[in-house]
Design a protein around this ligand. Structure first.
Ligand code: HMG
Length: 387
């Protein structure tokens, strides 16, 4: 039996900040952000949007009535949760109109969360092949104004349907995982912005990559030549490029140039959105299958998932014949192109108005044209609108 990704959807804010504008405001050379970090634009999240509304928007793009009847489990991965007790998946299931006879959970391990959700879903489908699992990876990456992490912010949501009839990707069995207790990036309770040891985190990312790549190589014998593309968690796209270069150190010129070429397609959307933490690896997958004219069904795709703290996993899947159908006909480049630019001053205001630990607020959502809206908070209860 095959198990894997049947459909994939993505949603982000309708607002963005141009990285060159941010660079000028921070007295940096724009090329530091555009080339050194590898980001062109950064999603700016409105106060009327959060992980629940973005997840609902991503899922709505792919869920049919038939899916609604088959989904029996919603696994919502996020490190930008909106409540310490109530899981975001409950709100999501309600906004999407899913059947009540389902399981819903929220789970967290920094940017690794969506991979944990995917692997849990794989095991669940093995036991329940007639059902489907809705996996979400949604986050709002926040480091703070005028911090070194600022150009690596962003946000958005990935939604994936995992089933035993995967149109997009069949997950392969072997995976290599590695965990170690380190402090590279964390967000203590009560903080709305992440704390990070940036340079250290980049080094640990590469060490963990070496660890899981070597183990997967030992388990499977797969070399760079066995992959049609190698994908990475992209906190900023230069980080993935460093990871790829590390893997390619001893690869042939043909394999290196092919995998570097595919990486450019795989980072295209991430360059325009920024870090969406746990969804980033899967946005890169979406970017590859939407943008690459070269990638073919039957090819093996390698995935490096990394979540600070830290947990890593390397796994792979085989691209399926009908993979284009799993995109549900959505034109993501057109959606990204239609976004509205904000000035640095507007971004800073929106950033400061982020709704966090607020007892009562009514939000003005007139300008937010999204299908799903956070309309306010009453007695610490979030009020969502669907339209
Ligand atoms: P920084 O210290 O301001 O930047 O912040 P820098 O001085 O290291 O410069 C960045 C790059 O730009 C360097 O390239 C420079 O050479 C280059 P590199 O040496 O890295 O290849 N540069 C230029 N290039 C062209 N033209 C120029 C120019 N000037 C400089 N004129 C840092 C960088 C990444 C540390 C910061 O942005 C940060 O702290 N970011 C957040 C942490 C992060 O993303 N870490 C990544 C690994 S951890 C991870 O992935 C997990 C995470 O997603 C969280 C989770 O799991 O939930 C973060």
């Amino acid at each position: 039996m095959k198990i894997g990704i049947d459909k994939i959807g993505f949603a982000t804010s309708d607002l963005y900040l141009d990285m060159a504008d941010l660079a000028y405001a921070r007295h940096e050379d724009p090329n530091k952000y555009l080339i050194g970090i590898g980001q062109s634009k950064m999603a700016v999240i409105r106060p009327t949007q959060d992980v629940v509304t973005m997840a609902a928007a991503a899922a709505k793009k792919i869920i049919s009535q038939a899916d609604k009847e088959k989904i029996s489990y919603v696994i919502f991965a996020t490190e930008s949760g909106i409540d310490n007790s109530k899981g975001a998946a409950i709100y999501l299931a309600d906004l999407l109109g899913l059947l009540p006879r389902i399981r819903t959970i929220e789970l967290k391990q920094a940017c690794y969360g969506a991979t944990a959700a995917l692997q849990l879903a794989k095991g669940y489908i093995a036991l329940n092949p007639e059902t489907e699992v809705l996996v979400i990876g949604a986050d709002n990456a926040r480091y703070g104004i005028n911090t070194p992490g600022e150009p690596t912010q962003g946000g958005g949501a990935i939604a994936m349907i995992i089933s035993s009839k995967p149109k997009i990707l069949e997950l392969e069995h072997e995976t290599a995982a590695y965990a170690e207790d380190i402090m590279d990036f964390w967000r203590p309770l009560g903080h709305s912005k992440a704390l990070v040891d940036g340079k250290y985190s980049a080094g640990v990312y590469l060490d963990f990559l070496k660890n899981v790549w070597d183990e997967q190589l030992q388990k499977t014998g797969y070399q760079p030549q066995d992959y049609g593309a190698l994908l990475f968690h992209l906190p900023y796209t230069k980080m993935g490029l460093k990871g790829l270069r590390q893997i390619l150190q001893n690869a042939s010129i043909e394999d290196s140039s092919r995998l570097l070429r595919e990486f450019e397609y795989a980072r295209q959307f991430n360059r325009e959105v920024g870090n969406l933490y746990t969804g980033s690896l899967y946005l890169s997958f979406l970017s590859l299958i939407v943008n690459s004219p070269n990638i073919k069904s039957g090819e093996r795709i390698g995935f490096f998932s990394y979540g600070s703290g830290a947990q890593a996993e390397f796994f792979s899947g085989i691209l399926q014949t009908d993979y284009q159908k799993g995109l549900a006909g959505v034109d993501y480049q057109a959606i990204l192109n239609k976004r509205q630019a904000v000035s640095v001053a507007e971004y800073e205001e929106l950033f400061e108005n982020h709704v966090f630990d607020v007892e009562n607020i009514e939000l003005d959502y007139q300008e937010d044209k999204s299908n799903f809206i956070l309309a306010g908070v009453q007695d610490y209860r979030r009020k969502y609108l669907s339209r």
